[in-house]
Design a binder for this molecule. Structure first.
Ligand SMILES: Nc1nc2c(c(=O)[nH]1)N(C=O)[C@@H](CNc1ccc(C(=O)N[C@@H](CCC(=O)O)C(=O)O)cc1)CN2
Ligand SMILES: Nc1ncnc2c1ncn2[C@@H]1O[C@H](COP(=O)(O)OP(=O)(O)OP(=O)(O)O)[C@@H](O)[C@H]1O
Length: 196
């Protein structure tokens, strides 16, 4: 049972990544712009102390315009770094040089301020309308969300292109649905998903 769930998830992951890679650079840029606008309208009147985005790799949605707009509102903005095989979130304020984190990702060095964000903008490989997601398969975000959610208020916003939607993301016990998934055409919430 467990093995087949893993295998099913791997298939869904490959499908989402393949469809994301197949989008043209121009299509990704246009869709990313729409996604950034939508993220900012969703957050317009939500009090946020600190937010984590990410620096895009490969064909990921580029959330940097939304991160910059949040920073301009005085919100502390961080990106993930990998420490002891877990994510920590380091503030991007230009005071610390960037370091390679592996897998083509970068983050400010260990001297940067470490934050526990109350808003998480989450990259993903594939999602479904119930706001299930899967990433690159290392469980980094699953563990980070589990940890940050213990601290109280946490809003998780997945960002993806419409093309990354699949019928169903197989969910393991540790998987959490996101609070919303923002694409170029919609904001999906678990409450608005059609029933099973
Ligand atoms: N832009 C962005 N940053 C991000 C993530 C992401 O999904 N997107 N992450 C989301 O989780 C974390 C990094 N995720 C990683 C996911 C997989 C491997 C990984 O597979 N490493 C292989 C080596 C693969 C290679 O270098 O080609 C390994 O450990 O064996 C590493 C980091 C944090 N930063
Ligand atoms: N909360 C957790 N506690 C302990 N281990 C976990 C937790 N979440 C995930 N893991 C481990 O991480 C592994 C990979 O998880 P999964 O396949 O869900 O990754 P993913 O969602 O694709 O990746 P990511 O979260 O990095 O984007 C799981 O098999 C599990 O062993």
């Amino acid at each position: 049972m467990r093995q087949s769930l893993r295998e099913e998830k791997a298939i869904v992951r490959e499908l989402g990544l393949r469809r994301r890679d197949a989008l043209s650079i121009a299509a990704r840029a246009a869709a990313s712009a729409a996604i950034n606008d939508r993220i900012l309208s969703v957050l317009a009147d939500r009090p946020t102390v600190s937010a984590a985005g990410y620096l895009p790799i490969r064909s990921e949605v580029d959330p940097r315009p939304a991160m910059a707009a949040l920073a301009a509102r005085g919100i502390a903005v961080a990106v993930p770094a990998i420490v002891n095989a877990d994510l920590v979130f380091r503030r991007l304020d230009g005071t610390e040089g960037m370091e390679r984190q592996g897998f083509g990702t970068y983050a400010p060095g260990a001297g940067a301020e470490q934050l526990d964000p109350d808003l998480l903008i989450v990259p993903l490989a594939a999602f479904d309308l119930a706001c299930g997601r899967c990433g690159y398969g290392k469980g980094f975000y699953d563990r980070a969300i589990a940890r940050l959610a213990q601290g109280g208020r946490l809003l998780t916003i997945g960002v993806a292109f419409d093309a990354q939607r699949v019928d169903h993301v197989p969910m393991e016990a540790h998987d959490r649905t996101l609070d919303m998934i923002v694409t170029e055409s919609a904001v999906h919430r678990p409450s608005t998903a059609p029933g099973p």
